[in-house]
Design a binder for this molecule. Structure first.
Ligand code: XMP
Length: 310
């Protein structure tokens, strides 16, 4: 595929669809929403408002990192603090589908609904990719950024139209578009990160404390595996606990799972055979996190597993 021609075509399509109206998009800092942000800005300039929604489920330092990268590209991004809304919506929920729905509904109905009303935007630019659509249609997973499959008709229920310029591409294609758009490597090569963020990596209830634990583990995994060349790597907090020993005392502690996979487009995946030395180092650092006394490495391919745990 000629990705430069694809980008030009999408820019023209966005410009034509939005006409003289205003559009809005949410930037998560992942490559999909970043590509949509740049296509949208090239099409609409300051008639596209880009927001970064801090949903409390982000990786360490993410809001600052994302806003800085886009400031360097002269694209203004407004940071919206919606941490309390998301944490309230997730409180008490343990069922994976209910948790995903809570994040999706809070995002599209509450936070975005308010923003659309406030700004008068008529269009939402969305980073949905083909894999999201296929897996949702096949019932494999409810992707957070798929609205119709969640029973939401954006035009009727939320008052805005949705444009999905990347809906024909998979992850590898999106990275190619990122390259022709001149993205800095630190952005084009970022590993995938799901819309519902760390909520997909906490089995059981999402609380501030459990988020802090999985966030700390995520930082370690991302630091240690940055040079692995893997498609994606992540840390997951389980609800099971196990007995361990800390400071010569028995403690009933938490269990963190590390996952590192190779994949082309996330439809199928295999676990990476990491060197023992690397695994030991990760284990040592993760079990130094307060309350965590076991670290496991997940060898399961997709299928039968999915990449995320929720
Ligand atoms: P799963 O867990 O479905 O993940 O095997 C496949 C790929 O998609 C990412 N993922 C998501 N991305 N919204 C997204 O934008 C979502 O709701 C979502 N759920 C999973 C996941 O990180 C992996 O790369």
């Amino acid at each position: 595929m000629d990705y430069r021609a694809f980008a030009d075509e999408k820019i023209a399509e966005i410009r034509e669809s939005v006409g003289d109206d205003l559009a809005i998009n949410a930037l998560s800092g992942g490559v999909d929403s970043s590509v949509v942000t740049v296509l949208g800005h090239r099409a609409l300039g300051d008639r596209l408002k880009t927001v970064f929604v801090d949903n409390a489920l982000m990786r360490e330092g993410e809001p600052e990192r994302v806003c800085k990268i886009f400031a360097e590209m002269s694209i203004p991004v407004e940071c919206v603090d919606a941490r309390a809304e998301f944490l309230d919506a997730l409180a008490g929920l343990t069922d994976p589908e209910q948790k995903r729905n809570a994040v999706t509904n809070t995002f599209y109905r509450k936070v975005f609904g308010d923003l659309v009303q406030k700004t008068g935007a008529k269009y939402l630019l969305h980073g949905t990719i083909l894999t999201d659509i296929e897996e949702t249609v096949a019932g494999i997973k409810r992707q957070h950024n798929i609205l119709t499959q969640l029973g939401i008709d954006p035009e009727r229920e939320l008052g805005y139209w949705v444009l999905e310029p990347l809906a024909a591409l998979r992850k590898d294609g999106v990275r190619e578009v990122a390259k022709v758009l001149g993205f800095p490597a630190k952005l084009a090569e970022r590993i995938p990160f799901p819309g519902p963020a760390l909520a997909t990596r906490i089995v059981g209830e999402v609380t501030r404390q459990r988020l802090d634990t999985v966030r700390a583990a995520t930082t370690i995994v991302e630091e240690e595996l940055a040079d692995s060349g893997a498609f994606q790597y992540l840390a997951v907090l389980l609800t099971d606990k196990a007995t361990g020993i800390r400071n010569d005392r028995r403690e009933f502690g938490q269990i963190v799972v590390v996952r590192c996979i190779d994949s082309v487009d996330a439809r199928t995946a295999t676990a990476v055979e990491l060197p023992w030395e690397k695994l030991h180092r990760i284990c040592e650092r993760i079990t130094a996190i307060e309350g965590v006394n076991r670290c496991l490495y997940d060898l399961t391919p997709k299928p039968p597993a999915t990449v995320e745990y929720v």
